[in-house]
Structures are given as C-alpha cells and as structure tokens.
Write a protein that binds this ligand. Structure first.
Ligand code: AMP
Length: 217
C-alpha cells in the first residue's frame, strides 16, 4: 500500500507513520527526518536547508523533489511506502505524480489528519525530540518516564529549533497557505480519507487502519 499522510505540523503524522510502518512492514519516508539528518551531519545540503527549516519555511522544491525521487527508487519501496511531510505544495504533488508514473507506481490513499490550530500550538510547544534516536515525546500527552531522557535509548531530549513559538506560527501559516490546497487536489482524485487527529494516538491509529482496510502481515 502506498500512502501519503497529510496534516498540519503537530497533527501526529510522524507518530502515525511510524506505527503504520512497524505494523505493516513498509518504509516510513519523512522528508523532514531526511533533511534534519543532513543538517545534523553538516553536509552541504544540510547547510543549505538549515536556514529555511529554522525559520519554518519550506525548503526549495527542487531539493526535496530530488531527495524523494532517489528514496522512492530504493528497493524497499517496492512493497509499499508511507510518505510523511511530502508533498507540501501543489508543485511537489505534481512532481510526485510524474515520479510515480515513471516507476509504475501509484498512491492508494491520502490520509488527512485534522487537528485545530489551538491544539497544534499546545502540542508543538510541549514537543521534545531525542537527540540520539529521534523519538518524539510530548511532555503532557506522552511524557518520557524519566525527566528529559529518552525511554528507548536514554538520549537527551531537546526542543527542535522549529518548535519555538514564533516558528510554530510561521509553519502553521505555511501549512494553511501552501499545503492545505492539496486536500482538494487529492479529493478530486478520490484518494482523500479524513481522520480526526483529536483523539488518542492509539485511537487515531485504529481509525486509519480501519478506513484503509489494512490487515496485519
Ligand atoms: P517536518 O518534520 O515534516 O515538520 O519538516 C520540518 C521542516 O523541514 C519543514 O518546516 C520544512 O522546512 C522542511 N521540509 C520537510 N519536508 C519538506 C517538503 N516536502 N518541502 C519543503 N520543505 C520541507
């Protein structure tokens, strides 16, 4: 199954993508994670994209489209994939259509996780990320067992630069202006599945799996 997860920052896309990936054994492709890794490694691509990311802006389409194209050509994508954070605008969506057509693949469903702006502010300002393994926590909804340390690897938790309040506002604006039009784009293609992201992580996961008719294994 080839799935796109669409939703505002903080809607739980990454968490749900990870759960879907583990349960159904298909890769989770997050352009945000790929870009953050480049920044962390200090590569020339990382240096280029850091300025955009820290301001909450989208990085230039050409860069992400190229990254995604390469990733989708890797053999593990043959059995399916979950896209998280791509496409972010109409240009990327159209580029994706072409990339997939060229490799004879298609999207089966686009899941839109709907969450209110107030809830997003609340979630992102309390979000903490593990420096070592990238696992995401929320100090209110799913806090780590021990203060500011990762349950999985013991790594130190930090606040992403783009989770600072002024940047969160900018990211929301970018989402509303650039990414939201994709809802209509995929609705017209009859691919859109709407899910409320306002319930618990497990409930949202159950709803997605039910709506997509996913079966384990
Ligand atoms: P995310 O982890 O998906 O919230 O992405 C974090 C940041 O990475 C975004 O605010 C953008 O600066 C950048 N980014 C991730 N995916 C894309 C994309 N598809 N197009 C442009 N910028 C992206």
């Amino acid at each position: 199954m080839n799935i796109i997860l669409l939703g505002p920052p903080g809607s739980g896309k990454g968490t749900q993508a990870e759960m879907l990936s583990k349960t159904y054994g298909i890769p989770h492709i997050s352009t945000g994670d790929i870009l953050r890794e480049e920044v962390m490694k200090g590569t020339s691509l990382g240096e280029k994209v850091k300025v955009y990311m820290n301001k909450g802006e989208l990085v230039p389409d050409e860069l992400v489209i190229e990254i995604l194209k390469k990733r989708l050509q890797e053999p593990d994508c043959k059995k399916g994939f979950i896209l998280d954070g791509f496409p972010r605008n109409l240009r990327q969506a159209k580029a994706l259509d072409i990339i997939l057509r060229d490799v004879n693949l298609k999207i089966d469903a686009v899941v839109y996780i709907d969450v209110t702006d107030e809830e997003i502010m609340r979630r992102l300002s309390l979000r903490r990320t593990c420096k070592v393994c990238g696992r995401v926590y929320n100090l209110y909804y799913n806090p780590p067992k021990y203060d500011e340390k990762c349950d999985i690897c013991g790594g130190e938790l930090f606040i992403r630069d783009d989770d600072k309040p002024e940047v969160i506002e900018r990211r929301l604006k970018v989402f509303n202006e650039e990414t939201k039009p994709l809802i209509e784009y995929y609705e017209e293609k009859r691919l859109l599945v709407r899910i409320s992201g306002m319930s618990s992580i497990d409930d949202v996961f159950r709803h997605i799996a039910e709506k997509l008719g996913l079966k384990k294994g």
